[in-house]
Design a protein around this ligand. Structure first.
Ligand code: CAA
Length: 286
């Protein structure tokens, strides 16, 4: 399959990751179509991108004209069929394998045969997701980090049957977005989460073992280990539900006890304390 030149990018799911990815795409000059399930969710994402680009203008990191042109490249839809002309579609919906399989098989019918399909999954198998389409060669992982516009890394994940063309096209998009892409294989957690998830779980276990407050644990890791953000603040940012899901997915595959989510954080997820996005996690947000 020859990789198409990427001009138009579709982003499916405009939660915090999808919104950040759409922002990167329009800033890099790609025509971008964001798909959400309701107009209101799409508008919310649009307002968020407009806000962050305005902050760049305020700080003289972007001109007002460039902001306008970037925003003009972002269109919204609730209809997957509107992604028919995309050269690359990046999926950033909930971390549920069943939902992703259903979406990819629908995308497979909607987009051109030479379009590339990428998943931003944190911990699911890209190979399993790719199995839901007729030509799995066109499926890769493009794993961005939260917050996507600020974190320089993107992992370009080669699944079992990904073509070289699809991997290289995704890599080139990552570079054009101003990221530091790395190529890796479809192993559980890829590179960063394989290391970060058990480390964060250790941090959360220390909360109970050492009987320290989230604030003091965060101070310990920022002031004592040079982390840019403490573990409790980071898990609140990533989303308690996303972290629990990634931990469970890695535990299921690797069977290492450190991968399993500590009971405290599972209880928080069950209680609806999801971090920043729900207004309360380890901390409370406005
Ligand atoms: N989207 C777009 N722009 C954003 C943003 C977002 N979500 N959040 C902030 N910004 C913009 C804002 O305009 C902000 O400026 P103002 O506050 O003046 O408006 C500007 O970026 C700078 O923000 P900060 O002052 O907060 O930036 P900082 O210097 O404090 O750095 C950080 C922030 C880069 C997030 C840093 O704290 C950091 O590196 N934290 C660690 C994050 C991390 O480890 N992420 C990985 C999580 S794991 C993961 O994502 C994997 C997974 O699969 C779950």
């Amino acid at each position: 399959m020859p990789a198409p030149e990427i001009r138009t990018i579709g982003v499916v799911g405009l939660g915090s990751m999808g919104t950040g990815i759409a922002q990167l795409a329009i800033e890099a000059g790609y025509e971008t179509i964001g798909r959400e399930v309701t107009d209101e969710l799409g508008q919310q994402a649009h307002r968020r991108v407009a806000h962050f680009l305005q902050r760049k203008v305020d700080k003289e990191r972007m001109s007002a004209n460039d902001r306008q042109s970037a925003l003009a490249r972002l269109s919204l839809t609730t209809d997957l069929a509107d992604l028919a002309d995309c050269d690359l579609v990046i999926e950033a919906i909930v971390e549920d394998l069943g939902d992703k399989l259903a979406l990819f098989s629908e995308l497979d019918r909607v987009v051109r045969d030479d379009a590339i399909l990428a998943t931003n999954t944190s911990a699911l198998s890209v190979t399993e997701i790719a199995a839901s389409v007729a030509a799995p060669a066109r499926v890769v992982g493009m794993h961005f980090f939260n917050p996507a516009p600020l974190m320089p890394l993107v992992e370009i994940v080669r699944a079992e049957l990904s073509s070289d063309e699809a991997v290289e096209a995704a890599y080139a998009v990552g570079e054009r977005m101003g990221k530091h892409p790395i190529r890796c294989n479809d192993t559980p957690g890829f590179v960063v989460n394989r290391v970060l998830i058990p480390l964060l779980n250790d941090c959360l276990r220390v909360l109970d073992e050492a009987r320290v407050s989230p604030d003091d644990l965060d101070t310990a890791m920022t002031a004592g280990a040079g982390w840019p953000m403490g573990p409790c603040t980071l898990v609140d940012l990533v989303g308690i539900d996303v972290h629990v899901h990634a931990s469970e997915a890695l535990y299921e595959k690797l069977r290492e006890p450190r991968m399993a989510p500590p009971p405290r954080i599972v209880a928080m997820k069950n209680a609806g304390l999801l971090g920043r996005k729900s207004g309360r996690g380890f901390y409370t947000y406005d």
